[in-house]
Design a binder for this molecule. Structure first.
Ligand code: DGJ
Length: 742
C-alpha cells in the first residue's frame, strides 16, 4: 500500500520505494504540505509550526490568537484573496463578483489504480502498481471545489498530480488560473535548473539560485516551445550529479505553460506549475468541471543523475504508449537535408537504394511531397500527392521502396495551412486570425483552429485516408510555427480565453484517434526540431525529433539538456552531411554516429555521396546500433560529464538494468593540449563484478597502440579509479567502449 491515511492525525503518507510525501489537514481545514523527501519512519507533522507574521493576516477563527497565518502555511493547493499572498494555484471570479478561493478540506478517498485526466494525455498504470488519492477542498463563498488527484508510482519514485475544479455553486464561475500542482519547500539555499533555448538550440541547461521574488519558466506560444521546456528542477545549492536533494516538476502538456518559483519573505520556496494563466480563462456553468494537465513530481536524495533516471524509467513505462517502446524501431534515412524541397521519384529512390546497401531499414519522405509544395510558401493543408514530383502518386514509390526491402515513412504538418492552398481557399475561417487585423506570418503559414471540432474531424479524415490508402509505416508530425492572433470564429466573445487550451485539446483528440486507429504506425513528434518536446507528445509518439540542429557537437549539448528529464529512447537523432548545414562544422563520420547513436537513430544525407571508407563506417554504425539497441533504449543513462559545454569533452554511459553490459561514449569537442590521457570514472556498474572491454572504437583519430593491454577490470575499479582513454586529439574525435560482465 503506497497511500496511508493516519486518521487520528488526519495525515496522508504517500510512499514510493525511496521517497515519502506527507500532508495533513490542519485544525482549521487547510491542507498543509508537511514533507517531501527521503523516506522516513516518522510522521512529519512536527515540521508544521504555525506562526504570526507581520502584515500577514490570520484566519478569522484565530483572530484573538494572532498566530498562524496562511501566508506562512506550506499548502498543497494555495488559494487566492484569502490571506496567502504567495503564488496562488487557482483564481476564480463568480458571476456576482466573488474573487479568489479560500480552500478548506471537505473529504477524501483512496482508490485503486491510476486516475486519468479526460481529453488529455496522462500517465498510465501497467501492472496495477499505482494508487490514487483524491482530496476534496472547497471555497465556501464561491462554491468552487478543488479535487486534488495524487497517484503514487512506488517502483519509479514518482507522484503524479492533477486537479479537477468543479463549480459547486448556483452561478457561473470564470477561472483565471488553474494550476496542476503546488509544491512548498522549506527555507534553504535552493537552485532552479531549467531548460531554455531557441530554434536549433533547444533545452540548454541554466542553473540559477532561487532568488527572493518570483522566477518564471513559461511559454505563451501555444506550444511547449523551444524556448522554455515545461520541466524544472529545484535542488539544494550543493547538489550535483551524484549528490544532494533534487525535486523535479514536469508538466504533461504541450501548450502554453507556466512554472513559477517564489522565494518569499521568510525564505521558503513555492513552486506552482500549470497552464499559462496569461493566455487562459475558462467558463464553468454550475455543476461543470475543468481538469488540469498532469504534473509529474519526483524526488532524489542522491543527485541529479538519479532524478533523471527516475524520469526516464517513468516516461518509458508510464507515458509512452506506442508499441515501439518494446518493438525495435527501424534505422531510417530522411531526405530533408539531402534534397530539401527539390526532389522527384528518381532522386528519392536513389537515396533509398544507396541507404539500403548500407543497412538502412526505412525511407522517410519529408516535406514537399503534397499539394503544390515546391517551397515553404504553399501547399500546407492539401494532403494529397504533388503529381509533378511523384507521378502516379505515392503508391508506385512506396512499392518500389518496399521492393528494396525497406519500410516507408512520411512527413506531415497537419496543424498548419498556407494561404496558397486549396484548404485555405475553401475554408479561410479555419485559420486562427483576429478579425480586422492582418495576422503575423511565420514561415508564411497560419495555424488551423483545432479548437473547432469540424477542423479536427476534417484533419482526421484527410490523415486517415492517407494512411489507409498507402502502406505508410511511420509518420513524422511536424509543427513549424507558434500560435499568434488567437481568435476562434466558433467561440463566443466572452470565451475566447479558452481557445489556446481548446486548441491543445483538439490536437490531443486528433492524435488519440489516429494513434488508436493506426497502432502499427510509428509516430515521431517534431516542431521545427524539438519545439514541442514534452511528456504529452511522448504519450502519442515514442520519439521526438530533438532539434533541427544536426551538428554532432551542438547536438551533444542539446541532447545533454534533454537527458535531464527525458529518456534517450525519446530522442530522434540523425547523422547528417558535412560541412554541417546549420553550423558549417566538419566532424568525422564516426563522431556523428556516436552522437546520434543515443536515441532513435537515423541518417539525413545522400549516402551515395560518401567515400567508400565513410560507407563502411555507416555499415558498421548500423550493425553496432543493432547490437547496442537495448542498452540505448532500455538501459540506465548516466551523464559522466555535466554542463559539458564548459568542458573539452562530453561523455555518457548506458548500463543495462541487470548491470551486465555497458556502453560508454565520449566526444572531444576541443583537443586537450599538454595534458595526459583522459580518465573518466564510470557509473552504475556492479562493484563486485568484473567487466571485460569487449570493444573500444576510436573515431576520427588513429591512436597510438595502448601501453597497457589490460582488458578486464572490476566494476569497483572502473567506478572508483576510472577508465583511461587513449589520447584523443584532432578535429572532434570520439570513442565508444563496450563492456560486458565476465
Ligand atoms: C522542420 C523539421 O524539424 C525538419 O526536420 C523538416 O521536417 C522541416 N521542418 C520540413 O519543413
Amino acid at each position: 500500500m503506497s497511500i496511508i491515511y493516519h486518521q487520528e492525525q488526519r495525515i496522508w503518507t504517500l510512499e514510493t520505494r525511496h521517497t515519502a510525501y506527507e500532508m495533513q489537514v490542519s485544525k482549521l481545514g487547510y491542507l498543509i504540505h508537511l514533507y517531501y523527501g527521503a523516506k522516513t519512519a516518522d510522521r512529519m507533522d512536527f515540521l508544521f509550526e504555525p506562526y504570526d507574521l507581520g502584515f500577514s493576516p490570520n484566519p478569522y477563527e484565530l483572530r484573538t490568537e494572532k498566530c498562524g497565518t496562511p501566508d506562512a502555511y506550506p499548502q498543497e493547493y494555495s488559494g487566492m484573496n484569502a490571506g496567502d499572498f504567495r503564488l496562488s494555484s487557482a483564481d476564480a471570479v463568480t458571476a456576482s463578483g466573488i474573487r479568489g478561493a479560500d480552500f478548506r478540506y471537505v473529504s477524501h478517498e483512496i482508490l485503486p489504480g491510476k486516475y486519468r485526466v479526460s481529453g488529455m494525455p496522462s500517465a498510465f498504470d501497467r501492472d496495477d502498481e499505482a494508487e490514487t488519492l483524491v482530496i476534496r477542498l472547497r471555497d465556501k463563498a464561491a462554491g468552487l471545489i478543488a479535487e486534488l488527484y495524487y497517484a503514487v508510482f512506488e517502483e519509479t519514485d514518482v507522484i503524479t498530480r492533477a486537479v479537477r475544479l468543479v463549480n459547486g455553486s448556483e452561478e457561473a464561475i470564470e477561472l483565471g488560473k488553474a494550476a496542476s500542482a503546488c509544491l512548498d519547500l522549506p527555507e534553504g539555499d535552493w537552485d532552479l535548473i531549467h531548460f531554455h533555448g531557441k530554434h536549433t538550440l533547444e533545452r540548454q541547461i541554466e542553473r540559477v539560485p532561487v532568488m527572493t521574488g518570483i522566477q518564471t519558466v513559461s511559454s505563451k506560444r501555444g506550444a511547449s516551445s523551444h524556448q522554455q521546456n515545461p520541466f524544472v528542477i529545484l535542488c539544494g545549492r550543493e547538489a550535483s550529479e551524484d549528490f544532494g536533494d533534487c525535486y523535479g516538476m514536469m508538466l504533461v502538456y504541450s501548450g502554453s505553460h507556466r512554472i513559477e518559483t517564489e522565494k518569499e519573505q521568510s525564505g521558503t520556496v513555492r513552486c506552482v506549475a500549470g497552464i499559462n494563466d496569461e493566455t487562459f480563462s475558462w467558463h464553468l456553468a454550475p455543476g461543470e468541471a475543468f481538469e488540469t494537465p498532469e504534473a509529474i513530481l519526483s524526488f532524489s536524495g542522491t543527485g541529479l543523475g538519479t532524478l533523471s533516471r527516475q524520469y526516464h524509467r517513468f516516461i518509458r513505462k508510464h507515458i509512452c504508449r506506442s508499441k515501439y517502446m518494446h518493438e525495435r524501431r527501424p534505422v531510417l534515412i530522411n531526405n530533408w537535408e539531402a534534397t530539401y524541397f527539390n526532389f522527384d521519384e528518381t532522386k528519392i529512390l536513389h537515396i533509398a537504394e544507396e541507404a539500403k546497401k548500407l543497412g538502412v531499414e526505412m525511407m522517410v519522405l519529408d516535406d514537399g511531397w503534397f499539394g503544390t509544395r515546391d517551397d515553404d510558401n504553399s501547399g500546407l493543408g492539401d494532403w494529397f500527392v504533388n503529381e509533378r514530383k511523384l507521378r502516379g502518386g505515392l503508391t508506385p514509390l512506396i512499392e518500389k521502396i518496399n521492393a528494396l526491402g525497406m519500410k516507408f515513412g512520411i512527413w506531415v504538418e497537419p496543424e498548419m495551412v498556407n494561404e496558397d492552398s486549396d484548404l485555405y481557399r475553401a475554408h479561410p475561417d479555419w485559420a486562427l486570425t483576429v478579425p480586422g487585423r492582418d495576422p503575423a506570418m511565420s514561415r508564411n503559414q497560419l495555424v488551423l483552429d483545432l479548437s473547432r471540432k469540424e477542423v479536427v474531424d476534417w484533419l482526421y479524415g484527410a490523415l486517415a485516408r492517407l494512411l489507409l490508402d498507402h502502406h505508410i509505416e511511420y509518420v513524422k508530425w511536424d509543427m513549424n510555427r507558434h500560435l499568434s492572433d488567437i481568435y476562434s470564429r466558433d467561440c463566443p466573445a466572452d470565451r475566447q480565453g479558452e481557445v489556446p487550451h481548446r486548441y491543445v485539446l483538439g490536437l490531443y483528440d486528433l492524435l488519440e484517434r489516429l494513434t488508436k486507429a493506426f497502432p502499427d504506425v510509428l509516430f515521431e513528434g517534431c516542431a521545427g526540431g524539438g519545439g514541442r518536446f514534452d511528456a504529452a507528445m511522448l504519450y502519442y509518439s515514442p520519439q521526438i525529433w530533438c532539434s533541427d540542429n544536426t551538428d554532432a557537437v551542438e547536438r551533444l549539448y542539446i541532447q545533454e539538456g534533454t537527458s535531464y528529464g527525458y529518456p534517450a529512447s525519446a530522442v530522434g537523432a540523425h547523422v547528417s552531411a558535412v560541412p554541417n548545414h546549420q553550423t558549417g562544422r566538419i566532424t568525422p563520420i564516426g563522431t556523428r554516429g556516436v552522437t546520434a547513436m543515443s536515441g532513435g537513430f537515423g541518417y539525413e544525407l545522400d549516402l551515395g555521396k560518401l567515400t567508400e571508407a565513410e560507407k563502411e563506417a555507416v555499415r558498421s554504425q548500423i550493425a553496432r546500433y543493432h547490437e547496442y539497441y537495448d542498452l540505448i533504449h532500455e538501459g540506465d543513462y548516466y551523464r559522466l560529464t555535466s554542463d559539458s559545454r564548459r568542458l573539452t569533452h562530453t561523455a555518457w554511459q548506458f548500463v543495462s538494468e541487470d548491470k551486465g553490459s555497458s556502453l560508454v561514449s565520449l566526444v572531444m569537442a576541443a583537443p586537450r593540449l599538454n595534458s595526459g590521457p583522459l580518465r573518466l570514472r564510470l557509473k552504475g556498474l556492479d562493484p563486485e563484478a568484473s567487466y571485460e572491454v569487449v570493444r573500444m572504437e576510436i573515431f576520427g583519430f588513429e591512436p597510438p597502440a595502448p601501453k597497457n593491454g589490460r582488458k578486464v577490470f572490476s566494476g569497483a575499479a572502473l567506478m572508483s579509479g576510472g577508465f583511461v582513454f587513449p589520447m584523443l586529439w584532432g578535429n572532434y574525435p570520439s570513442a565508444q567502449v563496450y563492456l560486458k560482465k565476465v
